[in-house]
Design a binder for this molecule. Sequence first.
Ligand SMILES: *[C@@H]1O[C@H](CO)[C@@H](O)[C@H](O)[C@H]1NC(C)=O
Ligand SMILES: *[C@@H]1O[C@H](CO)[C@@H](O)[C@H](O)[C@H]1NC(C)=O
Ligand SMILES: *[C@@H]1O[C@H](CO)[C@@H](O)[C@H](O)[C@H]1NC(C)=O
Ligand SMILES: *[C@@H]1O[C@H](CO)[C@@H](O)[C@H](O)[C@H]1NC(C)=O
Ligand SMILES: *[C@@H]1O[C@H](CO)[C@@H](O)[C@H](O)[C@H]1NC(C)=O
Ligand SMILES: *[C@@H]1O[C@H](CO)[C@@H](O)[C@H](O)[C@H]1NC(C)=O
Ligand SMILES: *[C@@H]1O[C@H](CO)[C@@H](O)[C@H](O)[C@H]1NC(C)=O
Ligand SMILES: *[C@@H]1O[C@H](CO)[C@@H](O)[C@H](O)[C@H]1NC(C)=O
Ligand SMILES: *[C@@H]1O[C@H](CO)[C@@H](O)[C@H](O)[C@H]1NC(C)=O
Length: 798
Amino acid sequence: MKLLGVIPLFAFTSATVLPRALDIPTLHSLASPYPVNGSYSSPSECAYWLEDVKRQGIAAFNPNPDQYQVFRNVKEFGAKGDGKTDDTKAIQRAISTGGRCAPGSDCASTTVTPAIVYFPSGTYLVSDTLVDYYYTMTIGNPNCMPVIKATRNFTSGSVYDANHSPPSGGSGWGSTNVFFRQMKNLVIDTTDVAPSVELSAIHWTVSQATSLQNIVFKMSTNPDNMHSGMFIAEGSGGFFSDLVFHGGRYGLNVGNQQFTSRNLTFENVNTAINLFWDWSWTYQGISINNCKVGLNMSSTDGTGAQTVGAVVFIDSEIKNTPIGVVTARNGSSLPDSGGSLILENVALENVQVAVLGAKNTTLLSGATEPTIIEAWGQGHSYFTEDHEKTVFQGSMTPNQRPESLTVDSKFYTSSKPKYEDLPAFQFLSIRSAGAKGDGKTDDTEAINRALVLAAASGRVVFFDSGYYRVTSTVYIPPGSRIVGEALPVIMSSGEYFADMNAPKPVVQVGLPGEIGRIEWSDMIVSTQGAQAGAILIEYNLASWPGLQPSGIWEVHTRIGGFAGSQLTVAECEKTPETEIGQQNIDEQCIGAFMSMHVTPPASGLYAENCWLWVADHDIEDRNLTQITIYAGRGLLIESTAGGIWLYGTGVEHHSLYGYRLVGTKDVVMGQIQTETAYYQPNPDATIPFPPVAALHDPVFSPGDRGLGLSVVDSEGILVYGAGLYSFFNNYNVSCSQTDSTVDCQTSIFSVQDSNVSIYSLGTIGTTYMVDADGEDYADAVDNLNGFIDTIAVFRSYL
Ligand SMILES: *[C@@H]1O[C@H](CO)[C@@H](O)[C@H](O)[C@H]1NC(C)=O
Ligand SMILES: *[C@@H]1O[C@H](CO)[C@@H](O)[C@H](O)[C@H]1NC(C)=O
Ligand SMILES: *[C@@H]1O[C@H](CO)[C@@H](O)[C@H](O)[C@H]1NC(C)=O
Ligand SMILES: *[C@@H]1O[C@H](CO)[C@@H](O)[C@H](O)[C@H]1NC(C)=O
Ligand SMILES: *[C@@H]1O[C@H](CO)[C@@H](O)[C@H](O)[C@H]1NC(C)=O
Ligand SMILES: *[C@@H]1O[C@H](CO)[C@@H](O)[C@H](O)[C@H]1NC(C)=O
Ligand SMILES: *[C@@H]1O[C@H](CO)[C@@H](O)[C@H](O)[C@H]1NC(C)=O
Ligand SMILES: *[C@@H]1O[C@H](CO)[C@@H](O)[C@H](O)[C@H]1NC(C)=O
Ligand SMILES: *[C@@H]1O[C@H](CO)[C@@H](O)[C@H](O)[C@H]1NC(C)=O
């Protein structure tokens, strides 16, 4: 409280129009005479606010919240960072202290032991694998990037291991349940290790709500070296960006269900990207220089069938590299739709073969002089005019990109801010401002006051780790910048959010009609108990066209399945044996009305790596027991002016739909991912949330399942990778297992009166892949691609 009194209020106020409010030059030099806690001493070149702010984060639902330490500076655990001392054990202590969740232990996953393992600048020698624990953010100082350097005698498989196998073998954690972790601002250097040692700098077998950002990989440049930057065996990702690879046999040596990777640079790597399996992987802004091979996606299994399902590769460049892309797809290769590939806006220079096929055939020639591949692809395509499948391999018409979405012909992108230029005193701790974050106290008022004052004074709001219980709406004013420590949670609770006939936003970004922008990163919005009227995020701000769009990065919704949610296995264990209808629905397990709503007046929103998740299982439970949580709607976009970018997002297990676009335009999305609620059709999509006409809910027939993606009355909708999955029939997985009887649901993607282009449309468990203007077509069995079904290009024009 006392703190708020001393924050100077500057001349501009939050609700007035702030054109490019966050670009105002004075903002960065804005020197408050009132440091947050007086620790602002000698601002050195290396100073970084995260290292300097007062440590107040807590783990609210940890059994010992008073003892548990969230922030761990590795130097405080004995690491020297002097380039001479072996720091392996000290760093490992920083990771593991506090009864945390170790791979291969009795802990299958947990949210109660979050940690930041922080590396100040320095060179940290490690002689053995650093074993990552669950819910860990590994963060370095971006202003003087710390180096993790493998010693000369390093022999182990990976330097940093996000899913370490126990000595008994197998996975550390089930690869599709490895959520909530980050690594950023680090250099990992294996150049001292003999080239013959087979290693990876990072083993990253992970799933949703994970990220890597701003990491430099330094590896051997010996032509026969066996170093890899990153190894991913499997999982259900995921997103990473801003990575630079020097040397190595592989930059990426990876396989995963679906992924989005943006802004990767490869220099002097033998094979920049070795992709050995996937359902669909979207690469954007990739720069490959002086390598031997750009992207090798030609891997096959023991029967000769391709193991890579699909790749979308856009807005990238390949230079001074003899072979661009290697594919095994040919006229008779299997699976039928395997090796689907789209290249769009890819620049070449000094490349001999752009796409190399099986048996050394050139599918697309390279170029010595700078040349652009406007669009080239292979796989199956469908256009609504005829509903017929075409098998194609060759140049194609690129998407007509709405100009408002591009900068210099590439799609606009924006990396998660690190605020590396701002001193610590410019961050306003939400706990210093009076919020408790203990999961019990009602923090609504303290948060609302702090957000308005921070926006008005140009400060960044720092949400210390914790659970911030709120009993009415949190309002984020235009001009706000908000960043979380180890994914803190705003958690709605109580009567205000309990009525599905009068839904209320938990977090409201701007009021309808307000203009301006915000930045928001590294946080979760959740609910506690029965919250049938909770709209977790309502986005109203208009900034488009004309102003820089808002950005939200790693802002997730998480409904149920975690300690403190009161929506766990104790309350909401699945009941597939009981027939469920409106009359016997468990109202205690109705967790939310909608995850996120981008309303009609809103425009100009960039969202990266956001996962809107209704829990299908209890994260804290040793057996990850399945639970039934009801949440009506996923992400509804109704922005009339449009200007929306969604990179690396997923929306899972909502009743009525995952993504729904109504009356909007100029939206680019990729890779998107959805899953139908596992309990459906017991009850079906309309129970307990009857469709509401005013919200343009889809119309269902009795017994229908929810939709993954549906687009109505919209234009300029471009999707670069979509994975829409329906695995279960009332928790019985057999409906998605065999090619001949994929019938968990009839269709999962619908388009009506809209201009839509989708590259790499993948479905699982649906009989048809498309419902266009009421007609089902594109039989899944005509587009088999291993476990998934793939259409390389789908276009539906008005
Ligand atoms: C501010 O924080 C630093 C670092 O946590 C601490 O050493 C210092 O005592 C604090 N200063 C005040 C005035 O609270
Ligand atoms: C490897 O070298 C480091 C020092 O560089 C030393 O601490 C460690 O014990 C050595 N490991 C082995 C297995 O020799
Ligand atoms: C790409 O990543 C690098 C390294 O973090 C960063 O310096 C650069 O600004 C990023 N570029 C884009 C377009 O995001
Ligand atoms: C591509 O990868 C396959 C293994 O999946 C390998 O056999 C082949 O040699 C690689 N091609 C090139 C050109 O490196
Ligand atoms: C096509 O690819 C398959 C492997 O998927 C291979 O067995 C076959 O020989 C190839 N055919 C031609 C003509 O290259
Ligand atoms: C593949 O073709 C290129 C030229 O097109 C040639 O230089 C190379 O030797 C061939 N490789 C094999 C393995 O046949
Ligand atoms: C987990 O499953 C095992 C058997 O598979 C059972 O013995 C144990 O009680 C279960 N634990 C919990 C917490 O449900
Ligand atoms: C919609 O499709 C039509 C027909 O191809 C095209 O003329 C028009 O430009 C498209 N509109 C947008 C916004 O993409
Ligand atoms: C799952 O469904 C299949 C096919 O309908 C059926 O044969 C099987 O018995 C079901 N399994 C369970 C556990 O109900």
